[in-house]
Design a protein around this ligand. Structure first.
Ligand SMILES: C[S@@+](CC[C@H](N)C(=O)[O-])C[C@H]1O[C@@H](n2cnc3c(N)ncnc32)[C@H](O)[C@@H]1O
Length: 511
């Protein structure tokens, strides 16, 4: 391993993930819902951007000037190319955190984000980041940070120790990281077969390991095999970020904002008795056995008055981004089996079904007859967003400013789709965020843009592409063998796209 890596896995590139929490717009509703002043953003920075998909999408979908760094030169080169396609003036570097954070050509930032970084870097790097936040995050500015936390890792942390020790000590010299990952997991499997005391004390690890082994190998290499790997308790994070004058603002996971989704009434009552905000947050992590936190922090928290909060909430704009028939009032992500009340859900979905952008104030008026209060409306909207049914739309002016950039970015992704399936997100100028669009859907959009209007034509063209490189479709985990069956399956997907998804893609101004 070369020494610029500081013990970080660098001999295999990272996955092409997209993280909506890194979009400053996503912080807006979270801040307003929890009654806090939400700043405006003109400069932002992502530390450790990986392949740079999130930063490229957020730069293409907004007027924010984005900066960032990732010390892996292959990833930085890929990210620089990707970000430049939209024409956004993004400045991405291949500096280590140490070098980047001491640059003298950076502006101050309104938003700094790091996803999947904190728990995997050394304490020196963490200190460098905190110092950067102290110096370069504007007063009122927001930090998004995700990290592994406790107590959710209490059983698995020793297993990860064993995995990484095996990779370090037992792997034959010269073996690539993927083969070391494989060998380490095989070792742990045989270790569990001898019924060790550790397994008897922690029986849950069997299921956990099974789930982990099924994940993307590149992700596994980066998640479990770095030299540095430390979960941080929430209370420790409070202390570590204090020198940067940061205080906890709110969770970036919207479902955390609605206690009834994940806590029983008894648990909610127990937490209400705890007067200290930070300690309450720590205890909540123990109640839900939290393993990973995604949080917003702020430099100088300010509370909104109840009137200001209502006024700002009313301006939030949203739209439905899935087919209305796929939306359920039963909340998928709820641990305690919560539902959105039918009295709100039914009229709200009737309005949203048109896939138009509505402000919450417009919805409030539309739902007046159904006696839906603003409070319950906002709660339902938060749940629908966290379930992935609804997205926040940016202001009309911002939308118009980024339209051209979004078109350029998306055309590139569509063109790349013929040769690769690495990137599954494109940008919507309406939401300013990434939208998941699978490979077939991207091909169909591309063909529609070329002037083909019939799903039959799209499917024939898509099948010609796949069959020319001997690719076959998978259905229920099995390969479809015959040409006819492959073509029929693509046609089915093309028809579904035309009936269910096209209207949504148009509403998102992706086509
Ligand atoms: C787990 S990946 C997360 C990437 C991206 N944020 C994401 O979630 O897709 C961590 C990234 O941090 C980068 N990284 C790790 N240590 C770094 C350092 N000291 N300086 C700069 N980048 C670093 C790695 O190259 C890698 O791309």
């Amino acid at each position: 391993m070369s020494d610029w890596t500081a013990g970080y896995i660098a001999d295999i590139g990272y996955t092409f993930g997209y993280y909506p929490e890194l979009n400053p717009l996503a912080a807006k509703l979270a801040f307003l819902f929890s009654g806090q002043v939400y700043p405006s953003f003109s400069t932002a920075c992502e530390l450790g951007f990986g392949q740079g998909l999130s930063v490229s999408i957020h730069a293409a979908g907004s007027s924010i000037q984005w900066y960032g760094t990732d010390f892996n030169p292959s990833q930085a080169a890929f990210a620089q190319d990707l970000a430049s396609i939209s024409g956004a003036e993004t400045k991405l570097y291949d500096d280590s955190f140490e070098i980047f954070c001491s640059r003298d050509d950076l502006p101050n930032f309104d938003f700094i984000g790091l996803h999947g970084i904190w728990s995997w870097v050394s304490e020196e790097n963490q200190a460098t980041i905190v110092d950067f936040l102290r110096r370069k995050l504007n007063v009122g500015g927001v930090l998004y940070i995700s990290y592994n936390t406790q107590p959710g890792w209490s059983a698995m942390a020793p297993v990860r120790h064993l995995l990484s020790e095996h990779a370090e000590i037992m792997a034959a010299p010269g073996r690539g990281i993927l083969s070391r990952v494989d060998a380490a997991f095989n070792f742990v499997s045989s270790f569990l077969e001898v019924n060790p005391g550790f397994l008897r004390a922690n029986p849950s690890i069997v299921d956990k390991l099974k789930r982990i082994k099924g994940q993307n190998q590149r992700y596994l290499a980066h998640e479990y095999f770095n030299r540095d790997w430390r979960p941080t308790y929430f209370a420790e994070m409070v202390k570590l970020l204090e020198p940067a004058k940061l205080s906890f603002a709110c969770s970036a996971s919207y479902s955390d904002h609605i206690s009834a989704l994940n806590l029983t009434q008894e648990q909610q009552n127990f937490l209400k008795e705890i007067p200290d905000d930070d300690f309450r947050e720590s205890v909540r992590d123990f109640i839900v056995n939290r393993q990973f936190r995604r949080d917003y922090w702020v430099k100088g928290a300010r509370k909104l008055s109840a009137q200001e909060q209502l006024k700002e909430l009313r301006k939030i704009r949203i739209l439905l981004v899935v087919n209305k028939d796929d939306v359920n009032s039963k909340v998928k992500s709820s641990i305690v089996g919560a539902n959105i009340q039918e009295a709100i859900f039914t009229p709200l979905m009737a309005a949203l079904a048109k896939h138009q952008v509505f402000s919450l104030s417009e919805l409030e008026i539309l739902l007046q007859e159904d006696k839906v209060t603003m409070k319950s409306l906002v709660q339902a909207v938060m749940i629908l967003i966290s379930e992935g049914y609804v997205a926040i739309a940016q202001d009309e002016e911002l939308l118009n400013n980024c339209k051209e950039k979004a078109v350029k970015f998306n055309q590139h992704i569509l063109d790349e789709t013929e040769g690769s399936d690495d990137i599954n997100f494109i940008v919507s100028p309406v939401t300013g965020s990434g939208i998941y669009v699978n490979r077939f859907e991207r091909l169909f959009i591309k063909y529609i843009k070329l002037g083909l209007s019939d799903p039959k034509e799209w499917s024939e063209k898509a099948w010609a592409l796949l069959s020319s490189s001997n690719q076959r479709l998978l259905k229920d985990g099995k390969t479809i063998e015959s040409d006819e069956d492959n073509l029929a399956e693509i046609l089915k997907r093309a028809n579904e796209f035309s009936i269910k998804r096209m209207q949504i893609m148009k509403a998102l101004q992706i086509m």
